[in-house]
Design a protein around this ligand. Sequence first.
Ligand SMILES: Cc1ncc(COP(=O)(O)O)c(C=O)c1O
Length: 415
Amino acid sequence: MTVVASAPQAALDTAMIRQDFPILQRRIHGARLVYFDNAATTQKPQAVIDRLQRYYRDENANVHRGVHTLSVEATGAYDAARERVRAFVNAADAREIVFVRGATEAINLVAASYGRAHIGSGDEVVVSEMEHHSNIVPWQMLCEEKGARLRVAPITDAGELQLEAFAQLLGPRTRMVAVAHVSNALGTINPVEEIVRLAHQRGIPVLVDGAQAVAHMPVNVQALGCDFYVFSGHKVLGPTGIGILYGRAALLDAMPPYQGGGDMIRSVTFERTTYNDLPNKFEAGTPNIAGAVGLAAALEYLTSLDLERVAAHERDLLGYGTAALAEIDGLRLTGTAARKAAILAFVMRDVHPHDIGTILDREGVAIRAGHHCCQPLMARLGVPATARASLALYNTREEIDALVAALHTVRKVFA
Ligand SMILES: Cc1ncc(COP(=O)(O)O)c(C=O)c1O
């Protein structure tokens, strides 16, 4: 009998992958760039840069309105990009994929359209303490307009959602739950399936902010069971100015349009306008066509590498980095959840995070320092700001060593 052992998962070939990202060859202040600001935006592979160039060089035309060849080709590329996104998040239907500017616009769209139609005086929206401002402020604005109430699910000191307290917040007036899949400031991976289960038991829809998830783990919106899922192209190796709103077709269908203009209409008279079908109903005006095809190229690139392998590589870096940072005198990690993405956020005794960021930059190490658009979370943690190294598929253990060496320099400067 032949026993076929399952092949061990091949590790990512980061040396090869790094060749695909021209910017990683740059030197900063004479040192090799170590790019650890991936939660703010990821770098772009040559395949995306080439795709954008090819679109503008060979295919540029407006979509949907032309019968000439270029317009037909641009429309085909735009539609194919939508299908690529659908497959990437495993949505049931390409009509459930709406192109927007980014995660922020997607959340604003849902708050303005679904929210205005379904949330009224005395109703409640539940978010968590770890949300990005983009997943707080649109709901807060809606609540102010409608006389509704924003309720906030607490987190533990480690940065994990307190699920029982979250469940207790869900009541007869809760009309929406909006939570991050992965926290940009802590790295915490939230138990989205469980959150959805608890909310759906009470008939409450769930929006998941996937801005920090999609580049780092496979995402399957049908398996998650969420009603809305949003992300930004630029955080998943794609261009800026393009993002995705996934919404279940039945919900999107019933929602009023977000903006009025071209493409979102079926017919217009001065008396009355009727609206287009999904997804066009939510895409008023000329869309970011180049952004969409560039995003499709990014997703194709990422898919070819296999997101399970990407996740395994980043888990290895997270473990290595967590252990290495623990050795630095006076450094404390903020965000130590059991399920974490590769985000190393920290504070150092007697050193402001901005000073850490500035000294690290001199050594070529790009991190972010500040509140990370999470001021309420900073208040919860009792710090004005943190330093954050956020990792991606092209990062290496050697780069973590460079971060650690630079942090020792910080320690010396402030000794
Ligand atoms: C968790 C999270 N949500 C939303 C956003 C907003 O993304 P964008 O600025 O691309 O709209 C970010 C950006 O940092 C984020 O990290």
